[in-house]
Structure formats: structure tokens, C-alpha cells
Design a protein around this ligand. Sequence first.
Ligand SMILES: O=C[C@H](O)[C@H](O)COP(=O)(O)O
Ligand SMILES: C=C(OP(=O)(O)O)C(=O)O
Ligand SMILES: [Mn+2]
Length: 450
Amino acid sequence: MSIEASEEVLAGLQHWRDLPAAQQPAWPDQAAVDASTAELRERPPLVFAGEVDNLKGHLAAAARGEAFLLQGGDCAETFAESTADRIRNKIRTILQMAAVLTYGASMPVIKMGRMAGQYAKPRSSDLETRDGVTLPAYRGDAVNGHAFTPQDRTPDPQRLVGAYTRSATTINLIRAFTYGGFADLRLVHDWNRGFTSNPAYARYEVLAAEIDRAMRFMAACGVDFDALRTVDFYSSHEALLLEYESAMTRIDSRTGTPYNTSAHFVWIGERTRQVDGAHVDLLSRVRNPIGVKLGPTTTGDDALALVDRLNPDGEPGRLTFITRMGAGRIRDALPALVERVTADGRPVTWVCDPMHGNTITSPSGYKTRELSTVLDEVHGFFGVHKALGTVPGGLHVELTGDDVTEVLGGSEEVDDAALARRYETLVDPRLNHQQSLEMAFDVAEMIRGH
Ligand SMILES: O=C[C@H](O)[C@H](O)COP(=O)(O)O
Ligand SMILES: C=C(OP(=O)(O)O)C(=O)O
Ligand SMILES: [Mn+2]
């Protein structure tokens, strides 16, 4: 039987159109936007309501300290790099990190990509000027092209359909890899052995040897490793482009309620989380688990107003707060927020994004981050939660599975001169494969000390 949504619910899904919406592209032609979104509305969902509900249950467990979220991927996915190799490498990196964290935390790790839809970016400035020429800023491949030409930089709504198509092929590959044997724990463990056999990472040998012993213990006990060949891997992106997110919002025929079917999990960015704004309104009406990024100026009142709007009934797993304070601020700024929300009593999953509060410009002019500063924010996050007796529920990271040089530091040190070698990101700097694993080992040690 198929249950339909009420007129009131359907009308509510359009209410965002009456509200202020930050960070939307200046589309030159609204009729062309309408044509693209009409096309999107005809396309199949990318994720299914049952999967989304399962994820919500897992995130509820993370809020209670019974699971840990690992969410990672590019700052901005690009159409050109939605290739099988790049996608496979990212999945492999996340699976390797997850294996280490599972051991460190002794709990299930929820695997989630900033993947299969992360094609739209908020920007500090609407415009970019180079050599006296001013053009619209690059806002992600779902909006415009990165090349500094008027043709590329003019927002093109056909790109919304392009983003859908790439998201569909990416999630298809994710499903194929994670259900087809690529996620086999024995394989993932072998890859990690390859990482720790590199002398640069000798300090992680002790933990690696422990994991090795645990694997042999499991084998000796007759654990059915074949049953561990598949994993659930969830998709996520910032729900920034309201026309796209609205077109992908569908009524679940089982319940008659709306789900955003563009990803399992969507989040609202630091720049678009205005409590009376369009983003909060649209996401308040869908049933997915959702996140909100919270920067260092967030007040307890702001956080509670978001709980009121996004999770008034305190549904477990519904709301994740992704804090991105900066290593220098987290120890001062986070406690008041956590205390206030904890006193309220409605559950929240606390996740640490140690990237966005720690962006710097290197002496040679690259937008970058220092791995040591990134790790310091994670330490601060665990420290605050430990002191308050609350639960650090996960990690949100910008990373890639490739050997890029975008973030400074790491045991195989990337220095300022090395940044030029393989700086490929179109927006924010990502941890490379090795730096990502180094973070996973470091965090695993941190969790054990927690
Ligand atoms: O990921 C996000 C960036 O931090 C955001 O898009 C802002 O970047 P910008 O300051 O380069 O515009
Ligand atoms: C823009 C981003 O983050 P924030 O909203 O936290 O600045 C991002 O996650 O890429
Ligand atoms: Mn970013």
C-alpha cells in the first residue's frame, strides 16, 4: 500500500522559497533552472528511505557511545575526477581508517563518504579577481566550472543534472565495492600492514602488531571472515543548493513522509545555518539524519534554537552537531555548547571536523592546513568530552585516497616547497592517503586513552 503525503506537508516543502537563502548561485535564467529541476524530479532516488532509517539508528548509537562515525572525502568532488580509480582509492582509505578506529574504539565504525553528491560550495566571496579581471567565484561543479573564463564561471543549471548523474555513478561504484569483496577485513588489514611496514610510521607498529594479534585471535576462534566481506557505506554532502535538494526530496510510500533522496546524510554548513533561513526550514521537513556545522562563535542559544527547529521531539540519531572550532579555540568554545545541549536532554551526536577551523595560507601562497594542528583539534575535542563526561561521536575529515600534497606535515613530511608538487584540490586542502592513515592511528590511540 502506498501512503500519500498531506497537502500541508507538500506545501511545507515549498516554504523555503519564502525565506532568506544564503550562498545560492546567481543563476542567469530561472526558466533554465526550472527545466533542470523538472528533469531531476523525474529521476530515480539515489538512496532509499530504509537505508536512511538504518543510518539514523547507527548515529543514535554513536550519540550513546556505542558506535563511532567516520565521515570523509573531498572538500569538493569534481566531475573530472569521478573516475573509478579515484573513487576506489577514497573508499579504500576510509575503509583502512575505519579498521584502525574500530580496533581503537572497540566499537562499530559508521563509514560515510563526503561522496556521491559533494558538488556545491559556499564561498567567502561571490567574486574572484585575477589580474584585474573579476568573475563569479567557483561554487562547485554543480554550479559552474573552475576555469577562470566567463563561460566556465557563469552558473549553468544543466550542471545540476550533471551532479545527479555523477552522484548516481559514484554511489553505484560504492555499492559495488563495499558489497563485492573489496571491503573484506582481511584485505583491508593487509593494506594497513603495508602502511605500517613503512619506517616513517614506526611509531604505530605497536598498535599495528596488536591489531594483527587480534586478527589471528579471531581466526583461531573460528570467526567467519567471509561474513565480514561486506560493509554498509553511506553517502553525504552539504545540502547547499536548495533547488537541487528540493528536487531530490521525495515522499516515502511506506510512511507518506518526505526524505531527501540525494544522500543518506546531509548537513547544513556554517554559513547557511541561520535558524530562520531556507536551509534549516527545508531540512527540518525531511526524515533523514542531518548535521549542522558549528563554528567557534556559536552560542548555546544558537545550538538550542537549532535543536528546537531540527529535532523538536528529541528523536535519537536525527541531529548531529559537527563542531569546527579551530585547534586554538575548541578547548574554550566547545564546553559551554556541550553543557547547554546536554542539560536540554534531547540527544545530539557530537562530531569533530578538525579541518575548517584550521585553514591557513602558506608562505608560498597555498591554502593549506598543518596535520599537527588538525590533530590538536581532535585532541581538544576528546579532552572536552572526557572532562564533561559526554560522548565524542565521530570525526569529519577532508581527505583523498591519492598521494596529493595539500596539507603540511605528517611523518613523510610535506613542507611548503612540496605543496606545489601535487596540489590538486579546487577548494580546500585534503589529507592525502598516508596522512589520513596517520590520523586514524593517532585517533585510535587517543580513543583508547579516553
Ligand atoms: O569548504 C569550504 C571552504 O572553507 C569554503 O568554501 C570557503 O572557502 P573560501 O574562503 O576559499 O571561499
Ligand atoms: C564549507 C565547509 O565547511 P563549513 O561549513 O564548516 O565551513 C565544508 O565542509 O567544506
Ligand atoms: Mn571544505
